[in-house]
Design a protein around this ligand. Structure first.
Ligand code: ADP
Ligand code: ADP
Length: 229
């Protein structure tokens, strides 16, 4: 699903060059559940942005679902993001004036699917994340954990090949974080591919593979023999 070969990412800051990724190679197969860890500044967000087609590498090759996406135009990258990737962030980015259901229907607006069907798909996805009874609530009428569930439903509603989560529990207390990790385990069991960035070791231990970055390079890449759940 994800084939990354010798990826380099440099940022220019004034006259300086920041080498955010030095030479990263990774293969992630369909159905894997991967955590990316590393200290602040190690390159996690940069790598996630490239994996998520939000940015392109300075050098190296990235093949996503058999397509070389290393140097596509912004428009083509946007198409790939919309059709193949679901994003979950630390901040939930929900539209405050819209209900949970409307927030989840949103990614389907440009899909060409009729409204009744969009509603049905969004309702089903909200049921899947355990929010059957919160569909008409607005974000400020939901708890933090419930908001994150809405954000996860929004990420999943168009059945993306890949779910990317950047510090998905960063804004949640430990009990609610655990609930979100249970939901991720369920999503993984249904066959989804999950890649999440976290700096919390106890969150990473839910993933089945843990990749550590250090100074823009892969420091270690190990199978987690005893994932939680
Ligand atoms: P992490 O997510 O692990 O904290 P980042 O990928 O955000 O790491 O950053 C890796 C390195 O690249 C850091 O040295 C950071 O300062 C630098 N960096 C990240 N984004 C930019 C940017 N847009 N412009 C310049 N430097 C950046
Ligand atoms: P938590 O302590 O887990 O963050 P809250 O105390 O915020 O949860 O909410 C508890 C329950 O009350 C949740 O099920 C949530 O949906 C509901 N709730 C919270 N705020 C509102 C509100 N302003 N209007 C309606 N229901 C609310």
């Amino acid at each position: 699903m994800i084939e990354i070969e010798n990826i380099v990412k440099n940022y220019k800051v004034g006259t300086q060059i920041v080498r955010a990724l030095r030479s990263v190679s990774l293969t992630i197969h369909k159905g894997e559940y991967v955590a990316i860890m590393g200290a602040s500044g190690s390159g996690k967000s940069t790598l996630m942005n490239i994996i998520g087609c939000l940015d392109t590498p300075t050098a190296g090759k990235y093949v996503l679902n058999s397509k070389d996406v290393s140097s596509l135009s912004d428009d083509r990258l946007a198409e790939i993001r919309n059709s193949e990737i679901g994003f979950v962030f630390q901040v939930f980015n929900l539209l405050p004036r819209n209900t949970a259901l409307e927030n989840v229907m949103l990614p389907l607006v440009y899909s060409g699917i009729k409204k009744a069907e969009r509603k049905r798909l969004a309702e089903q996805t909200l049921v899947d994340v355990g929010l059957d009874d919160r569909m008409t609530h607005r974000p400020n009428e939901l708890s933090g954990g419930q908001r994150q569930r809405v954000a996860i439903a929004r990420a999943l509603v168009n059945k993306p090949a890949l779910l990317l989560a950047d510090e998905p529990t960063g804004n949640l207390d430990s009990k609610i974080s655990e609930e979100i990790m249970k939901l991720f385990a369920e999503i993984h069991r249904k066959g989804n591919t999950l890649v999440m960035v976290t700096h919390e070791a106890d969150i990473a231990l839910h993933a089945h593979r843990i990749i550590r970055l250090k100074d823009g390079e892969v420091e270690s890449d190990v199978i987690n023999e005893n994932p939680i759940y």
